[in-house]
Design a protein around this ligand. Structure first.
Ligand SMILES: CC(C)(COP(=O)(O)OP(=O)(O)OC[C@H]1O[C@@H](n2cnc3c(N)ncnc32)[C@H](O)[C@@H]1OP(=O)(O)O)[C@@H](O)C(=O)NCCC(=O)NCCS
Length: 160
């Protein structure tokens, strides 16, 4: 398994993976008319895929305003730390803090973000409808601080 930049040639396989996720988790709530376009939102600056051979196991994207979006892992590849590795890849690529939004219906995603140290900073109603047909309640999260590499002060011995 490797995580690498998504290329235009990967889009079909990403859409196939997204179809598995949508069938099991309703992410996204409704199947988009243009799934490849949905995976390429406005302001996209970079996207990554987790692949095993030709098969896409996971995906994540980053937009210009430092928002992590379109994160998913196919059902068969879950629970192996793949989502955590995808997020680590995004965080390693940029130095600024990241943000993301998650629907209150995304229980697995919320559990995952909170266990990974992301902090909820607010909630709001979205314009799109949730599975119950109501404007979705979305929670806003910011990334945990990046681990600092601590340099020894002068006179301090580095025993590490
Ligand atoms: C959320 C999602 C990306 C997690 O993918 P994953 O690869 O299984 O997650 P990981 O294996 O990296 O899990 C990392 C941590 O989250 C925890 N976690 C993952 N899924 C969980 C769940 N359903 N309930 C509780 N904890 C969960 C894991 O136990 C792990 O914690 P640990 O390292 O302390 O053991 C995946 O379930 C998914 O694609 N869901 C549907 C799409 C979606 O909701 N995307 C997010 C949109 S905002």
């Amino acid at each position: 398994m490797e995580i690498r930049d998504r290329t235009p040639d990967d889009l079909d396989a990403c859409v196939k993976a997204l179809a598995e996720v949508q069938a099991g988790d309703r992410y996204p709530v409704d199947w988009p008319r243009d799934p490849a376009g949905w995976l390429t939102p406005d302001g996209l600056i970079r996207a990554w895929t987790a692949v095993e051979g030709e098969v896409v196991l996971g995906h994540v994207a980053l937009t210009r305003d430092m928002e992590v979006t379109r994160l998913f892992v196919t059902p068969a590849a879950r629970g192996r730390g793949l989502a955590a590795r995808l997020l680590d890849t995004v965080r390693a690529a940029v130095e600024t803090p990241l943000k993301l939004e998650v629907s209150s219906e995304g229980k697995a995603a919320i559990a995952f973000y909170e266990r990974s140290g992301w902090r909820r900073v607010g909630s709001s109603r979205a314009r799109w409808l949730n599975a119950a047909g109501e404007p979705a309640l979305v929670h806003h999260y910011v990334s945990p601080p990046a681990p600092k590499s601590r340099l020894p002060r002068s006179g301090e011995q580095d025993v590490g």
